[in-house]
Write a protein that binds this ligand. Structure first.
Ligand code: ZN
Length: 177
């Protein structure tokens, strides 16, 4: 499989019946819904997708999505890299499909494509998966606010210290004279 820029839209039904595989990059720049959660809305997402039809006749997409998103830490408000590694297994369904008992006993997540003949936006699909993978509250995995507090304390004590040192230094010079 040669790495490429993924097509914007694919026909999932046709791709599934042909057992197509895709691998490539999707640009984060184009994911406007995701942007509000990011400090730096740049970079690429590595995506590999395998379309197929299973023994029950379900059209599926099996895939792997990896990237690093730059989020804002809610504790110290600094940038925080968030590594994303998603294994997806989606059943492609139309919204008018009647759900049945089998739906409760399936490894698939359901992905609705509005009409049976409508093309599927790969950008939307990848963006949906990334939004679902965002942490509820993003925080550094180390005590970053303690780190920040200590630095602020150090800074103010240094300032105070330099103010105190200064008159003594003058006094010392005075004595020598
Ligand atoms: Zn932090």
């Amino acid at each position: 499989m040669v790495k490429q820029v993924l097509p914007n839209r694919v026909d999932p039904w046709q791709f599934a019946s042909k057992g197509k595989q895709l691998a490539g990059k999707v640009a984060i720049d184009n994911m406007t819904r995701l942007h509000q959660s990011l400090v730096q809305p740049q970079g690429g997402v590595d995506v590999s997708l395998h379309f197929g039809i299973d023994a029950k006749g379900i059209h599926y997409i099996k895939g792997h999505i990896t990237t690093t998103l730059i989020l804002e830490c809610q504790r110290c408000l600094l940038a925080m890299p968030w590594f994303v590694d998603i294994n997806l297994l989606l059943a492609i369904m139309t919204s008018d499909r009647q759900s049945n008992e089998d739906d409760f006993d399936t490894p698939y997540d359901i992905y609705i494509v509005e009409k049976a003949n409508e093309n599927l936006s790969l950008l939307d699909l990848v963006e949906d998966e990334l939004i679902l993978a965002l942490p509820i509250v993003s925080k550094h995995d180390y005590p970053c606010s303690d780190f920040l507090k200590k630095n602020v304390v150090n800074m103010t004590s240094t300032q105070r210290h330099s103010k105190q040192v200064h008159p003594f230094a003058i006094l010392k010079d005075y004595k020598i004279k």
